[in-house]
Write a protein that binds this ligand. Structure first.
Ligand code: AKB
Length: 337
């Protein structure tokens, strides 16, 4: 008999790290993890199996289908916004073709198991594209169906993959006589910038927040690549993990949509710096806006409306701005460095 497991792609990434640690500590599901780079030492004890490989490698994915009964897929692997702009076509291959491969794997699994496979997909505020700074400031809390004009390859990829997930859940093979009713139960979160005390992001454009914090804690100079008045929504990693697991656990009949904004607090870069400076009075930060990265952040909303998640599955972040720093980030980071 094949073993029932969950599959986590992008295992070494920030969300992968947080999710594997959380699920592993709970210890009630088998975890199969996939990443292109060797698995972080600290995660090995939590994984039933680790496969080092590419989500574009259909041989690897085929092996997974035949070996395991995959109950849920957390498809986290992705090239983030800044990195994607340096090589947009490669990013498209990984972000879109990779996601398509995982969706097809989920369809095969669902057919085999005669039940839907849950597919949890982190999307991003990068799907939004505010036309100018005046609109960004005036837009308030942006809703899921507003300003969907992404300005990055990553944002385009995320928005398109949201549509693919919806299509595979509701319309895949709709004209086929032998259409399988048990397909995919696609559920998606649009995340703001994420901040972890344990890992440091790479290749994103909201990275200035976490980078500023981790640099200050280590006493290293940091050139912040956005203006002090730049405002973005953020959330800490424990809340990101909580939101994924809460959405996964929500009864299907409560969900009025497949794609949900989730967020917590929305400081300016200057406010971020002020909090950091209080905690680390020697923090050495210069604001040196980088034209292209600033340009990207200027099209992302200052805040997003997560009232649909609050209404449908009782979403509420455990950490507001104050608690994020005082109860999670600062104690953990002080212990780390
Ligand atoms: C990025 O900056 O690319 C990501 C995101 C906001 O999705 N952190």
């Amino acid at each position: 008999m094949r073993k029932e497991v969950v599959l986590i792609t992008g295992a070494n990434g920030e969300i992968g790290h947080g999710l594997i640690t959380h699920l592993g500590e709970q210890g009630n599901v088998g975890i199969v993890a996939l990443d292109v780079s060797p698995l972080d030492e600290s995660l090995k004890k939590y994984c039933e199996r680790f496969i080092q490989g590419d989500i574009l490698d259909t041989m690897i994915l085929g092996r997974l289908v035949s070996e395991f009964e995959i109950r849920t897929i957390y498809h986290l692997a992705s090239i983030l916004s800044t990195k994607a702009e340096y090589n947009p076509e490669t990013a498209h291959r990984i972000n879109v073709e990779g996601t398509l491969n995982l969706l097809r794997l989920a369809v095969e699994q669902a057919a085999w198991q005669s039940r839907p496979v849950k597919f949890l997909y982190p999307s991003s505020i990068a799907v939004y594209g505010l036309p100018d700074l005046k609109t960004k400031e005036a837009a308030g809390k942006v809703k899921e169906n507003e300003y969907l004009q992404p300005t990055t390859m990553y944002g385009c990829n995320k928005l398109y993959c949201e549509h693919l997930g919806r299509y595979y859940s509701s319309n895949y093979r709709q004209l086929a006589a032998d259409r399988c009713q048990n397909t995919i139960d696609f559920r998606c979160l649009r995340f703001p910038g994420l901040v972890s005390a344990v890992t440091i992001p790479t290749g994103g454009t909201s990275d200035y927040g976490p980078e500023m914090l981790h640099h200050a804690a280590q006493g290293i100079h940091y050139d912040c690549f956005v203006r002090p008045d730049t405002r973005l929504p953020f959330m800490v990693m424990p809340d990101a993990i909580k939101s994924i697991l809460d959405l996964e656990a929500a009864p299907a009949e409560k969900l009025t949509q497949r794609i949900y904004n989730v967020t917590s607090f929305c400081p300016t870069a200057q406010e971020f710096y002020d909090i950091i400076l209080k905690a680390f009075p020697n923090a050495d930060v210069d604001f040196k806006p980088h034209a292209s990265r600033q340009g990207i952040v200027d099209t992302w909303p200052c805040d997003i409306d997560d009232s649909a998640a609050r209404r449908d599955w009782n979403w509420k972040p455990s950490y507001n701005q104050e608690r994020s720093f005082d109860d999670y980030l600062l104690p953990a980071i002080r212990q780390r460095y």
